[in-house]
Design a protein around this ligand. Structure first.
Ligand code: PGA
Length: 258
């Protein structure tokens, strides 16, 4: 069975008390299941990473992920966090180019490409987020936009199989408007083609993100080219997150997207 991925993106939510409560309730539930080939990550705010690592107490059920890093190895960049700092405290993967950062921090493909390289240099897995706006989709430019995001940000990357992709249509993030299974599968197989033609790999995991919740997760994960999920809102509640974990574990290989 292929490896599956689930990343809880906590964004700028949770106090340390709330984060601790979440982990203390999630961990016993995870211990009760056979997580098998599942790579489960939580991406809290930077400031909570060390505390969560302590709570994990060596448990391998959950890996630490970060929501971002700086594109330079080190330097006079007040308020920033480097990839090396993240690796140093046990972070295993880093989200790169989430649409909220592309929009609010004006991160572009070239900057994101540097971040991808920094993360790989530190032995962590970058998850490059891509996805079109509603305007791009209405204009029929969704494939061109996603292709450009991927090709420019992965330009010159040789360790392609250490990279993950998260397809997150911007119009589906935090809106409750999940993409249809047809839209998801069509874009995931398009991304797969890009990765095959440009980088010669069929082994890059492609996660779906955008209003994934306990009700729709199972159907989304059953799409053949969906390797897991990047979960925002529904990763903030233990019960919802556990239901999504269960949905991913029940995913069938080689099923049709219906
Ligand atoms: P959402 O967010 O699940 O709340 O739509 C997903 C994300 O932004 O990664």
């Amino acid at each position: 069975m292929d490896k599956k991925y689930l990343i809880g993106n906590w964004k700028m939510y949770k106090t340390i008390e709330e984060a601790t409560f979440f982990m203390q309730h999630l961990l016993p539930q995870l211990e009760a299941i056979d997580s098998g080939s599942l790579a489960l990550c939580i991406a809290p705010a930077f400031v909570h990473l060390p505390a969560i690592r302590t709570l994990l107490n060596g448990s391998t059920f959950i890996q630490l992920a970060a929501q971002n890093c700086h594109h330079e190895p080190e330097g006079a960049f007040t308020g920033e966090v480097s990839a090396a700092m993240l690796a140093d405290i046990g972070v295993g993967s880093v989200l790169i180019g989430h649409s909220e950062r592309r929009v609010y921090q004006k991160e572009d493909h070239l900057l994101l490409g540097k971040k991808v390289k920094r993360v790989l240099e530190q032995g962590m897995q970058p998850f490059l987020c891509c996805g079109e706006s509603l305007k791009d989709r209405r204009n029929g430019r969704h494939k061109a936009v996603v292709q450009q995001q991927i090709e420019e940000s992965l330009d010159g990357i040789t360790e392609i199989e250490k990279v993950g992709i998260a397809y997150e249509p911007v119009w589906a993030i935090g809106t409750g408007e999940v993409a249809s299974l047809e839209v998801i599968e069509a874009m995931h197989s398009f991304i797969k083609e890009i990765l095959w033609h440009q980088y010669g790999s069929k082994n890059v995991p492609i996660l779906y993100g955008g209003s994934c919740n306990p009700q729709n997760a199972k159907a989304i994960f059953n799409c053949p080219n969906v390797a897991g999920g990047l979960i925002g809102g529904a990763s903030l509640r233990v019960d919802d997150f556990m239901k999504i974990v269960t949905a991913l574990l029940e995913q069938k290989d080689g099923t049709n997207c219906n």
